[in-house]
Design a protein around this ligand. Structure first.
Ligand code: ATP
Length: 421
């Protein structure tokens, strides 16, 4: 079957009415103001795949190009459609918020870098030049939104054909060297979209995997976060492991099959999962020095560093839970204050079944237990202001956890007993 040359019918058939109307109206306004407007990137690709995506990326081109083209058009559209321009960047982009979704508008541009890792110097360019900066052919597809050519595909790199064949392909052989974060992006796109890297692309990925070593922690972390936000992050994580990407970050870092099984088991058990659960799972095999190396390598902000460190802390503490007839209050003391993600990760991976059960009991029951009585109640019962209040509240909590007291009356009896004693 020949590759499609238009997506006009897909926009009209697949998109919800508000988005569909927005694309038509935006194309008409742009044409009226002398701009050419294209729908680009993920939404074009996803329409061809029959997948729904919500927030459109738009590319603006004009006869006398200026970096303010996209912000200017965004302002006009905001006025015409009753939306607002949420932000404008120095790189010629603008975010337009209309009811229900956000559209990113970008001026067609070229980027040059004074040195590796520098912020880009940007200048206006043609849409062809703009698309040539992209990561994979399937992301270079652009659909014209002008009223007289609505939906016509601009397909300069064979993206429609690759999409049809299920192929993920870089635009040129040095693509991963130019930007090694594309290696992580490749793992994500392959598994999310059911694509396979072209043979030469995979060879280039394996050849250039080492280059990830030179990418800043912030950029690596950003792409990892995108992976963690996927519906089944274990798929891209396993693929990234297969491409030997993790060892370039920390020499002992890997995503073994048991981590994929743990991720699935946790989700299937109905636990609420957050993206950082997958960071905890990734950190489970790490010894101390290596978890600190991961924190440093990712330039980890506090929430990430906590998860990585807590996961290691638990590795050290878990054996102390393997005591026969351990009390819930003892488990509580050893786990409270640790991140939920690190506990959840170990609940699927601790070697001992009993310990897994204790971790789950803590998460599902014990961590939310509180005494009936508050500090004020203790004062009212005659406990003097001072450290004894805190000590008694802790004793009440332990007594509740261990079922020594159940009701408020039980707690009052215990407190009165302490005061008298
Ligand atoms: P989707 O997952 O739906 O493609 P996304 O949010 O992953 O969207 P973004 O990361 O926002 O995609 O990128 C948007 C577009 O920018 C992509 O279609 C891609 O072509 C381009 N892009 C993003 N990162 C890179 C990169 N490192 N190199 C080249 N192009 C990139």
């Amino acid at each position: 079957m020949p590759a499609p040359t238009t997506i006009g019918h897909l926009i009209d058939e697949q998109l919800p009415a508000d988005l569909r109307e927005f694309l038509h109206t935006a194309g008409e306004h742009a044409a009226g103001e002398g701009f050419r407007l294209f729908l680009v990137g993920g939404m074009v690709r996803d329409l061809l795949l029959g997948r729904l995506s919500r927030d459109p990326d738009l590319l603006v081109q004009s006869a006398n190009p200026s970096m303010s083209d996209a912000p200017d058009l965004a302002n006009m559209l905001a006025k015409a459609l009753g939306g607002e321009v949420a932000s404008v960047s120095q790189f010629g982009t603008a975010k337009l918020r209309v009811s229900g979704f956000e559209a990113d508008l970008a001026t067609a541009r070229q980027e040059t870098y004074a040195f590796s890792g520098a912020l880009p110097d940007v200048m206006p360019a043609t849409i062809e030049e703009d698309q040539a900066r992209r990561d994979f052919t399937v992301n270079t597809l652009a659909a014209d939104l002008s009223p007289d050519a609505f939906g016509t595909l601009l397909d300069l790199h064979g993206g429609a054909d690759d999409l049809q064949q299920g192929t993920l392909r870089v635009l040129h052989d040095r693509s991963f060297q130019d930007d090694p974060t594309r290696l992580l992006r490749a793992a994500r796109y392959e598994t999310r979209l059911g694509l396979h890297m072209a043979r030469e692309t995979e060879a280039a990925a394996r050849r250039d995997a080492e280059r990830l070593k030179h990418v800043s922690g912030d950029r690596v972390r950003h792409e990892l976060e995108r992976i963690f936000e996927e519906a089944q992050p274990e798929l891209p994580l396993a693929r990234a492991d297969d491409l030997v990407l993790f060892q370039t970050l920390v020499s002992t870092l890997e995503w073994a099959p048991e981590l994929s099984r743990a991720a699935q088991a946790i989700r299937e058990a109905g636990h609420e999962t957050t993206p950082l659960l997958y960071l905890a799972l990734l950190s489970v095999p790490l010894a101390k020095g290596n978890s600190e190396a991961l924190v440093a390598r990712l330039n980890a902000p506090v929430p990430w560093a906590e998860v990585i460190r807590d996961t290691h802390t638990l590795r050290v503490r878990l054996p102390s839970l393997a005591t026969e007839k351990i009390l819930p209050s003892t488990v509580y003391a050893r786990l409270s204050g640790l991140t939920t993600e690190s506990i959840l990760a170990w609940s699927a991976l601790a070697p001992d079944q009993t310990i897994r059960g204790l971790l789950l009991s803590f998460l599902m029951k014990w961590q939310s237990v509180k005494p009936h009585l508050t500090g004020d109640d203790l004062l009212a019962l005659g406990v003097p202001q001072g450290p004894q209040i805190g000590e008694l509240l802790q004793e009440l909590l332990n007594a509740r956890l261990d079922d020594v007291v159940v009701t408020r009356d039980d707690e009052e009896v215990l407190v009165k007993d302490r005061i008298a004693g």
